[in-house]
Design a protein around this ligand. Sequence first.
Ligand SMILES: Nc1ncnc2c1ncn2[C@@H]1O[C@H](COP(=O)(O)OP(=O)(O)OP(=O)(O)O)[C@@H](O)[C@H]1O
Length: 343
Amino acid sequence: MAGSGTAHLRDQDDIVLRVEGLVVEFPLERGQKVHAVSGISFDIAKGETLGLVGESGCGKSTTGRAIMQAPRPTSGEVLFDGKDLSSLSADELRRSRTKLQMIYQDPISSLNPRRRVKDIVAEGLSIWEGKGSDDPRVEELLAAVGLDPDRAGGRRPHELSGGQCQRVSIARSLIMRPEVLICDEPVSALDVSVQAQILNLLEDLKAEYNLTMVFIAHDLAVVKNISDRVAVMYLGKICEVAPSDTLYAHPAHPYTAALLASIPEPDPEAKHTDAGLTGELPSPVNPPSGCRFRTRCPRAAERCELEEPQMREVATGQFVACHFPLVGEQAPEGNRELATAPA
Ligand SMILES: Nc1ncnc2c1ncn2[C@@H]1O[C@H](COP(=O)(O)OP(=O)(O)OP(=O)(O)O)[C@@H](O)[C@H]1O
């Protein structure tokens, strides 16, 4: 398998969504292909929010979409509600999507411009229950996302702001009471002043509707407060998974450290041992051998070219796929005491 191991997968009863060995490739001409997602694995427990971060083009959106089976993964499993979604028929999949919903980066283009807001929100009800926009749940959800049902309900998406459209799209995604909500960069297309409002709204709704969430973002600063755990992706692979506080205070992968160092106002308490990110992201058509980050890594050695690092635990709950991580026995002087769990 092309993956970086599964040591970070948890064996517990409350796992709601489990992705194992997920591969998504897009064929190109002359037999080449884009290795968008190359064997990644992660799991999410009930009520947890997993942040999925990495630079543009690292495969975050493709991961979110492949969980929804659009596109269908090239290989690997997506276990939800005890079923592997990859093996379901189109009909079975449509049914499971009532419990697994996704919201997108560009709220305006993800809403049908010809329909009124309340009809958009009622979509799930009309498909699955034959109900219309007069169902009381539509009004309830519009209010829950901070829209006035009387004023906004009759409008069409182009009559609303980007932030309001994202609220509509969130209301639509919640109407069938899903268990899992995948949020694909839900605030990056919005004005900075609106971003915090939408993030706060998602946090409130998560508690109110007992949601489990995957929160995709290219910016570690955005996922910091909202995520319980964070998975860092680089060029189609997951290179580190850790509880949010641990990852921000003591990043173990040099790539995570570089991403953190590139946040404009880093947490003054955080211990960052590497400078920001340099060099170009290699092409996913022809990714580097061994560790995919090695061409940009300040700690790279010959071993990194020859051998793909596998996930291993370097501190409690902190897993990293790196031969020379910044936490643990091989860490730079001063960081070694951070290893609190057997590797
Ligand atoms: N339908 C497609 N056909 C060919 N290549 C694709 C397709 N969709 C995505 N890709 C490529 O797959 C790689 C991963 O893309 P993806 O959109 O998942 O990355 P991302 O991390 O979400 O980036 P961004 O933050 O810019 O959305 C990129 O190289 C992208 O160009």
